[in-house]
Design a protein around this ligand. Sequence first.
Ligand SMILES: [Cu+2]
Length: 415
Amino acid sequence: MSRFRSPVAKVLIVASLALFVVLWGAMIWTAFEHDAVPLTTLDPQGPFSTMIDDLVAPVFIIGGMVFVGVLGAVMYFVLRYREKGDDDLELPKQTHGHTAAEVAWTIAPGIVLAVVAFLTVGVILDLSAEEEGALRVEVYGAQWWWGYNYDITGDRSFDSDGDISTANELVIPVGRPVELRITSMDVIHSFWIPALNGKADAVPGMHRDWKIQADAPGVYRGQCTEFCGLSHANMRMLVRAIPADEFDEWVARQQQPAADPPADNELAVAGQEQFVNLCASCHLVDGLNNEQIAQLHEDDEFPLVAGVAPDLTHFRSRGTFAGGIYNLTYPNPAGDDSPFGATCTLEDLENCGDPTDIGLAGNPDNPLYRPFIEDWLRNPPAMKPMAAEEGRGMPNLNLTQEQIDQLVAYLDTLR
Ligand SMILES: [Cu+2]
């Protein structure tokens, strides 16, 4: 009797088959469990991601048919011609040089691949076609956050009068295509909002054209998907899609330079002074330190490798910060899945959702959630691994609690 037929071997074989089926099932189950997996490509929310999804389905079916066919044949032959323990070994008919068979098994995969290639090239062309009436945004990656420059004036430049800049949260109008010009300020990153399109690499010195569009208002999460150093995993971003009229209002607010804090807000007035002394060598607040930043660039003395730090002009109009990994505000009332519908109030914080759950992105209209932003100012590298001594990331500035209170009060005015 062959040793392969011992009871132990049989148990092992059945157990490993069962394990295989369970793991496979778990993988497929998680792929379809969208709530648990915010970064899924299988739940498209816009026309471009839908094109990809419509390609994945037929290719998956073709691949599945080949898989079942090949494995079915293998299983059949394994069972049919297995060694049965008796001596008279029955060999199958040995074939060699069968021209018809060889031609067939060369042409058949060729046809399958040609069909897949045809479908794929079609989608690639559709995805790279220019869109009528698109909004243009320059996207840049920097260790370890994302910046956005909007061409609002439509003159194909991103820094004319009236154009705007923001960071980490990309606000777009619902139903309108958005053309992205993706680049990097330091190393290679990759921009990926799976609900809205596939991945596009951000390469220093180059621009990659890409586009996204959202069918419905909502928050769509993303993640840098090219390993870019220490805080690669903390380099997230989100797209906030809002109705066109709200978008126009948002743009009008972003176009305003930051106003000085009102004189009776003494804490914020003191905070602005701290900001000028401690922060203005890295962060731009439009209307406050434009000349200082321009001068640093002219003298080639910008303190960071990337040559940029997040634009803070309208910092408080964002719901998250530091690469989208911390809520800046409370999110929305638990159970309300519209990111814009309901607004929680200072009096009713209990219904505002859990601000430590970054899965619930902060709503910029909601009250400030102080603990994270205070901790950030107290010691940024403790909140997010960064190599500040190399000019990558924000250094610990050893601020006192009084300075932190003043700075938070000032940041809170930057709407
Ligand atoms: Cu990155």
